[in-house]
Design a protein around this ligand. Structure first.
Ligand code: NOJ
Ligand code: CA
Length: 572
């Protein structure tokens, strides 16, 4: 494949050297490409569709886009099964479309972070096909993790390990060997001890960095280094209770860091250095290893996403995470929603965690058949708006997921035959999977797919989705869309240092903090309104009347400021 190298601009178009720290407090908007915008009426979102919607991103005021996988893929796992790491899926466009998209994003002042998937390829990847047709013990098989079967006739898998999507993590290949797939069977795990695998990913990092990509989101970053030398392998029950000290055979082993040290050297060849953020579900105390400047540089903190809408839980998470990210020299990363979890408007409208509604896996409540707890839609959205404003007031970067700016809820009513997530096919009796947060966006009030495209979308959208569309919300200054736009504009103007100072509000379930520059954020988790301190309200997630902040709401304010920005009070 031609490597169309473009010169990386050391200096921005305006003649100003690019800020290497742009990521530290960036607002990053995640696009799940197949569900964002469809330009050619085939029902599947694509790159030209993304380019056509850049005005939306610019009006929203995000600093960067994180693009989920857009590589050639048979879509066994929404594109996280990659056939070719250095090309675009023909269903989504071409490399030329990619170049046009990145140029248009950069023209709009928006950076691009792309997903890279190093733990596994797809089973359609040429290397895996070669591995299947090569004999046991061959260099082709060594790029993946093959082991002999066990039991008297060798027909049993090497261990009882389960895939993250349910079902066995080992797949037989018919000659007495099995390969490991921690995710779907179409996602064979790479062997990261193999030098060809290492070299190929460095080539991929260069390929996209040369094309102007500003950073990478690293999928399953904590899973690459594996120790499968023990014989017999630990049982699944033993692994379940394994410690988080680096001794687990495949999660969060210290060996991953030598891989990322190599990656960092490549990323630092660019000016500004390319950024990277680890998707690493590890103990908070071990996050710093991924986030340090000689490693990836940033690591997702999913603690806020995992918390209930609860002042105490939020406070602990914020305090601990700011301390931890400070230690690594990185900035914090805040996330409330992404393509793997139940949307936060829905989570907060359900009973707390014990109703198994919080994070993937655990969507049993979405199953029909009487097990579904009542969803309080309005309460959920009200709290989601409050949590979002709180998150956007925190120091560090904030990751937003497409559609949350419209206040979208999880979509539960998807017919079985329309579902796509492998979780549903492997584990559907307990978990319906993640399709409900991946429903194509509504852009217009009407039309065959509410402006997503000119035909029906690849996942069914609910009737009435048009009421939540960008077009409808544009005309309503009290909408969630306007709250996001106002908040992001204000945040850009107000953010300065990464310090936060807690303020004692005098109420038990209220989080109140101050940022440098004299602005403050107050979140009322209580059921009753509270009195706000005297000051100018910059924005609030529900209407503040007579200086009183309603229940389940956030307001930003300045106490004394001669030229305060205009009031942006929005209806909740
Ligand atoms: C994490 C991704 O976010 C998820 O969507 C995917 O299924 C797994 N990694 C496997 O790649
Ligand atoms: Ca399309």
């Amino acid at each position: 494949m031609p490597n169309a190298v473009q010169t990386t601009p050391e200096v921005g178009l305006d003649g100003i050297t690019e800020d290497p720290d742009w990521w530290r407090q960036a607002a990053v908007y995640q696009i799940y490409p197949r569900s964002f915008a469809d330009s050619n009426g085939d029902g599947i979102g694509d790159l030209v569709g993304i380019t056509s919607r850049i005005p939306h991103l610019a009006a929203l005021g995000v600093d960067a886009v994180w693009l989920s996988p857009f590589y050639p893929s048979a879509l066994a796992d929404g594109g996280y099964d990659v056939d070719d790491y250095r090309d675009v899926d023909p269903k989504l466009g071409t490399l030329a479309d990619f170049d046009a998209m990145i140029a248009a994003l950069h023209d709009a002042g928006i950076k691009l972070v792309i997903d890279i998937v190093p733990n596994h390829s797809s089973n359609q990847h040429p290397w895996f096909k070669e591995a299947l047709s090569a004999p046991k013990g061959s260099p082709e098989r060594d790029r993946y993790i093959f082991r002999d079967g066990t039991g008297p006739d060798g027909a049993q898998p090497p261990s009882d390990w389960e895939s993250m999507f349910g079902g066995p993590a080992w797949e037989p290949v018919g000659d007495g060997q099995f390969y490991l797939h921690l995710f779907a069977r179409e996602q064979p795990d790479f062997n990261w001890e193999n030098q060809e695998v290492r070299a190929d990913f460095l080539a991929t990092l260069r390929f996209w960095s040369d094309r102007g990509v500003d950073g990478f989101r690293v999928d399953v970053a904590h899973g690459l280094a594996k120790d499968l030398t023990a014989d017999p392998l630990a049982t699944w029950a033993e692994l379940d209770s394994a410690t988080t000290d680096g001794s687990h055979p495949f999660w969060d082993r210290d060996g991953v860091h030598s891989i990322y040290a190599e990656w960092r050297k490549v990323l630092n060849e660019y000016d500004p250095p390319r950024t990277a953020v680890a998707e690493a579900w590890v103990a908070p105390s071990r996050r710093a290893r991924f986030a340090s400047p000689d490693s990836l540089g940033q690591s997702f903190n999913f603690d806020l996403l995992s918390a209930d809408f609860d002042a105490g839980q939020f406070r602990v998470v914020i305090t601990e995470d700011l301390a931890l990210s400070g230690k690594s020299g990185s900035s914090s990363t805040w996330v409330l929603s992404n393509h793997d979890v139940v949307r936060h408007a829905t989570r907060y409208g359900l009973p707390p965690k014990d109703a198994h509604c919080t994070i993937w896996p655990g969507r049993a409540w979405l199953l029909t058949g009487g097990t579904r707890p009542a969803l309080e839609r309005n309460l959920g959205l009200r709290r989601a708006r409050a949590a979002t404003l709180l998150m956007l007031a925190l120091p560090g970067s904030a990751y937003l997921y497409q559609g949350e700016e419209l206040g979208l809820h999880e979509i539960a009513d998807i017919p079985d035959e329309a579902r796509q997530d492998p979780t549903f096919f492997r584990n559907g009796d307990v978990d319906v999977g993640r399709d409900g947060c991946r429903i194509p966006l509504p852009w217009s009030a009407g039309g065959p797919s509410f402006g997503f495209g000119t035909a029906a979308a690849h996942l069914p959208q609910p009737a009435g989705f048009g009421r939540l569309s960008v077009e409808t919300q544009e005309g309503d200054p009290s909408s969630t869309l306007w709250m996001y736009r106002d908040a992001l504009r204000l945040r850009r103007r107000l953010q300065s240092s990464e310090r936060l100072r807690w303020v004692d509000s005098g109420y038990p379930d209220v989080l109140h903090f101050q940022r440098d520059g004299g602005w403050e954020s107050v979140t009322n988790f209580q059921d009753q309104p509270i009195a706000l301190p005297d000051g100018e309200i910059l924005i609030s997630s529900s209407v503040v009347t007579d200086g009183r902040l309603p229940a389940n709401s956030t307001a930003w304010l300045v106490r004394r400021e001669p030229e305060t920005p205009g009031k942006h009070v929005r209806e909740g």
